[in-house]
Write a protein that binds this ligand. Sequence first.
Ligand SMILES: [Zn+2]
Ligand SMILES: [Zn+2]
Length: 436
Amino acid sequence: MKRIAIVLLLIASSAAAQSLDQMIDREIPSLLTTYKQLHAAPELSMQEKNSSALVASRLKELGYEVTYPVGQYLEPGATCYGVVAIMRNGTGPTLLVRSDMDALPVQEQTGLPYASTVRAKSQSGDDVPVMHACGHDIHMTTLMGTAKMLAQMKSQWHGTLMLIGQPAEEVVKGADGMLRDHLYERFPKPDYAIAFHDNASLPAGQVGYTPGYLMASADSINVTIRGLGGHGASPQTTKDPVVMAAQFINALQTIVSREDSPLDPVVVTVGSIHGGTKRNIIPDEVQLLMTVRTYKPEVRKRVVASIERIARGIAMSAGVPEDRMPVVELLAGESVDSTYNDPALTERIAGALTKGMGAANVVRIDPLMVSEDFGRFGIDRKIPICMLNVGAVDPAKIASGQRLPSLHSSGFAPLPDPTLRGAIKAMTLAVLEILH
Ligand SMILES: [Zn+2]
Ligand SMILES: [Zn+2]
């Protein structure tokens, strides 16, 4: 009896999956048009005016209650183009599904017929090229496709679906901006939040899942090593910040190699160093721009404290006076917590995807040291979240062994048709699992 029930269940779930494939088939031509339209018209972070308007209008056409723009930045005068689209469908959990919308200052070199030639003014006023080099155009199109599937499948789920078009992910300000505008007071507070990112090394059609830590926290730190400048030929009259900066960079390496447990991943990178104007002048100061990546909050705190201690220690050993000690500045507005996938929710979604897409298409993947602000929607882990990775690469390219362009590179070109099919199917199945 039990075996018959299981067989019937399997037939029913594979029939449902098959009809989902057919439903996606019908939508793919128009979604591909939308994708190419978005790809050719990328907008920088905090400037997503047209992309968000398109997302809002498409979701409204599908019968969602749309509120737009939602969000508030700390920067005066900046509009936060967040989109909130709600579909209420009886009693059941509330599920947040998020897509980000912003693009990057990258000159596209893909050679695609729908490649971007857009230029825009950056926050600092520079004229820069713009490209969807992180695939957020895939994310927006998938949100629209998934919204359509779920609007057509209302008899198969119950609860409240809350779709989010999030701006300014690349500068980790959009999620914060939407929450600051009372997202969870003005709209239903979700019981779960899910999202996905396209992946530049997985084949299109595959989904990657990672229970627990998925992405690292990011801390942006500016360090000013201050000395006492003077003539380059009279170093004895100075405290040379260039020499101190060199010692500082070397000493930083011991944070990872000597202070940190080998089982706790940490990255400390100095990405920019500037000091001095002329070869025979010892400058007054040297500036270093750093990024720190960790998973655990306690490790993060300790690494930041180590940077301060090492900077101060080097200045002290050089005999720098107290009033010229280094300045270590943590930029809160450019820092973000790690992304922690709730293990139970992630395993549950992975199980549903395995059933609906086949075990070969659902793979467990390693965490990454890049960062994201999607975790903010989880409010310090009070709301379980899960972010999936969705393959975006032509399988033939992977098989050929050629070097694959990474996310943020000028050559990143997702293979749209199978990527969108895989992403829409995965997100629809994940929603059905949680709201079934
Ligand atoms: Zn991204
Ligand atoms: Zn990115």
